[in-house]
Design a protein. Sequence first.
Length: 258
Amino acid sequence: QYSPDNVAGADGDIDPTEIIFPGCSCLTSSCVVHMCSCLCRGENYNSLCLRPTDEEEEYTRPVFECNAMCQCAESCQNRVVQRGLQFRLEVFKTEKKGWGLRTLEFIAKGRFVCEYAGEVLGFNEARRRIQAQTPKDSNYIIAVREHLHSGQIMETFVDPTYIGNVGRFLNHSCEPNLFMVPVRVDSMVPKLALFAATDISAGEELSYDYSGKFHNLPITNIEQKSLEEDNRLRKPCYCGSPTCASFLPWDSSLFSTL
């Protein structure tokens, strides 16, 4: 079933459509930094492009867009992801990776491309679904972990297997042309937004790094050792990039320890 937005999962703990953020009181057509409560952390976009992360920052920063309760106009520059698809994309059959997604037009670096939407699950339901899979099943469940300044970690699990959008057809690449950023609009449940990491030509396949390492901290030695030990359970990667890791990213936290 196609859905452009996240929906509540089977466990029903989280309703991603619920509006809980207060809106800004800006009466201008477009909100201004330091004068808008939604932009208290700084400007998010510049001419529809995501503002680049400062080189000294270790992670991509959080993005909060103006929401349904805001008084600013729909044309506000801080409303990008919520507008949905703006490019013509095509689902196609790849040689080795099953279905894939490509763009039919040029996409400039920093532009929002599409969202990875589906059922928003709790940890237990996500783990139950993962464990019910067979080695032949495709896994669409993504686990996104956001690191807070307090040291806490916020987890979001999205599964587009049964209900989702075009993002479910995106393949992994060790040298991707997209990167994922959690973008919040109406509530703390993030939209998993994918932005262009570079200029993308018409006809080019779209991909992102399933591990989330792209634009974040590099993999640690401890993580590398863990991945090598789990290689027997991992699926091969066919991205074809010069730096291909040979296997798709692996997250053992959702699997039972045998």
